[in-house]
Unconditional design. Structure first.
Length: 496
């Protein structure tokens, strides 16, 4: 685990832990111990004021009225506390108390379970620590007896059921293989997973145990396999191929037949491929807002629609010296300042919503509904960004014109360079603009453009040298191509 990639569901807890990391390291063991006690006390069905959390970990009450008014849900607070405990452990040289630590591999062996099972228990509420064993340089994951006791109290019988599970004897394995062969011969369309699922229900043994035994048999008996068409798990290359073929129109059944997999495996591979694309997107909001977690504000963000009355004519005026094509392209209707501010608020919220959903999803567990919701948010945010970029073009033209005293044959080409530079600045600032500072975007981008244009024109050699002469159509094509890396699609010609 890397503290740079620690993920919190609540920004208040994330900021709180960040403040704790600035306290002296000598206080860290006490903070960890207090956080673990607090974690074991939290009821998922109760709500807790942030001041209570602050006091239980630091021993001090907050003097901020905001902290007193902030209420945290127990169910969402628990995973954040576990993340906080691990992050604090990564930033200390001494752990609290004298409880023995058991590393992940040893604990799995003691309980007769896989390490994946323990990681699932961590997701369910088993807290852990990072520690450095004697003689080792790297920190590893460890568990204390109190952590296991607390988990067992929240999930009675979970650990005992795993610990008491008997290993399969050679005779049990032989009966299992015989039953699997009978099922596969009766219905050749059944996959390995489907046969394993049937046998798991019949024997009461875990599905993963049955699946591993069947796979092991086929690996050790390649001449007499139970499932000759089974090709093992999908490789990353196959998963990418499946995603591409699905985009080209191939159905799930066709892909399942081609790759020798079940339709559910194909659907899971497609969802995983989409999730990987989402995780590569840079869609962090300009700044987190508490209103993003307020249901009433969220409803307002999602219901906002641009009305016909929200548009106004731009201030740019036609000039006989300016090519008509450029004037028309830079003179589309503008949004009124209040509507534009609301559009930016909705744009930043949609980015936050999609980012939060993506961070919480894991491969092989995401559903089609979750992927569809993220796709909808990203698509709507993209449409808003296109609109905000297009309706801000008149500002670029206005600022550029104010930097030109007059337009002659040479200065027209300098103006074109300013427009190209200004649009590039505009595209980069759309994601960085914070609408909650309550100043208009047109004012914000005008300041940015004025400074950049003044710097550019101050270089007299650059301004007076021979400028590459482009037609208006070439200028527009260049600006539209500049917008593509920013995820912006501009129209070829704005309809006035």
């Amino acid at each position: 685990m890397d503290i740079k990639h620690a993920r919190y569901r609540n920004q208040t807890i994330a900021d709180f832990v960040r403040q704790l990391l600035y306290t002296p390291k000598s206080k860290r063991p006490e903070q960890i111990a207090r956080a673990e006690v607090l974690h074991d006390l939290i009821d998922p069905d109760q709500n807790y004021p942030f001041d209570f959390i602050n006091y239980r970990i630091t021993g001090y009450h907050s003097e901020s009225e905001f902290d007193e008014a902030t209420i945290l849900v127990g169910e969402a607070l628990l995973p954040d506390l576990r993340t906080a405990i691990e992050e604090l452990c990564l930033n200390t040289d001494v752990l609290p108390g004298k409880e023995p630590m058991t590393d992940l591999a040893t604990l799995a062996k003691q309980l007769n379970v896989s390490t994946k099972t323990i990681h699932r228990w961590r997701d369910m509420g088993l807290r852990s620590r990072w520690y450095k064993p004697p003689g080792q340089k790297r920190m590893i994951l460890g568990f204390t007896p109190s952590a296991l006791d607390s988990f067992d109290k929240r999930h009675p019988g979970k650990i005992k059921q795993a610990t008491d599970r008997e290993k399969m004897s050679a005779n049990d394995v032989d009966h299992l293989i015989a039953d699997a062969r009978l099922l596969a011969s009766d219905d050749p369309t059944l996959s390995l997973n489907q046969v394993a699922s049937v046998l798991s229900k019949q024997t009461g043994r875990p599905l993963q145990t049955i699946r591993l035994q069947l796979q092991k048999h086929d690996q050790t008996n390649p001449d007499h396999p139970l499932f000759p068409d089974h090709h093992g798990p999908l490789t990353d290359r196959q998963a990418r191929q499946i995603a591409r073929l699905q985009q080209r129109g191939m159905s799930t059944s066709q892909l399942a037949k081609q790759f020798g997999k079940t339709p559910s495996t194909i659907r899971r591979a497609i969802l995983n491929a989409k999730l990987q694309v989402f995780k590569r997107l840079r869609i962090d909001p300009a700044r987190f807002q508490e209103s993003y977690t307020d249901p009433a504000k969220v409803k307002r963000y999602r219901q906002f629609k641009i009305r016909d009355t929200d548009w106004q004519s731009p201030d740019t005026h036609a000039s006989s010296d300016l090519p008509v094509e450029l004037h028309e392209w830079f003179s589309m209707m503008q949004l009124k300042p209040a509507a534009k501010l609301q559009a930016f608020e909705q744009y930043q919220y949609l980015r936050y919503s999609a980012k939060q959903a993506i961070d919480q999803l894991q491969p092989n567990t995401c559903t089609a509904t979750q992927i569809k919701a993220i796709t909808t948010d990203i698509k709507q945010a993209g449409q808003l960004k296109d609109l905000l970029a297009a309706c801000s073009l008149p500002v670029v033209m206005s600022v550029a014109r104010h930097h030109m005293d007059h337009l002659d044959e040479q200065s027209v080409y300098i103006l074109q360079d300013l427009l190209i530079l200004g649009c590039q600045i505009l595209f980069g600032e759309l994601d960085l603009f914070d609408p909650y500072r309550k100043h208009a975007f047109d004012t914000f981008i005008s300041w940015r453009l004025q400074r950049s244009f003044a710097t550019w024109l101050s270089d007299q050699h650059r301004a007076k040298r021979a400028v590459k002469r482009m037609t208006p159509q070439e200028v527009i094509r260049r600006i539209r191509s500049q917008a593509i890396p920013f995820g912006i699609k501009l129209p070829e010609m704005i309809e006035v």
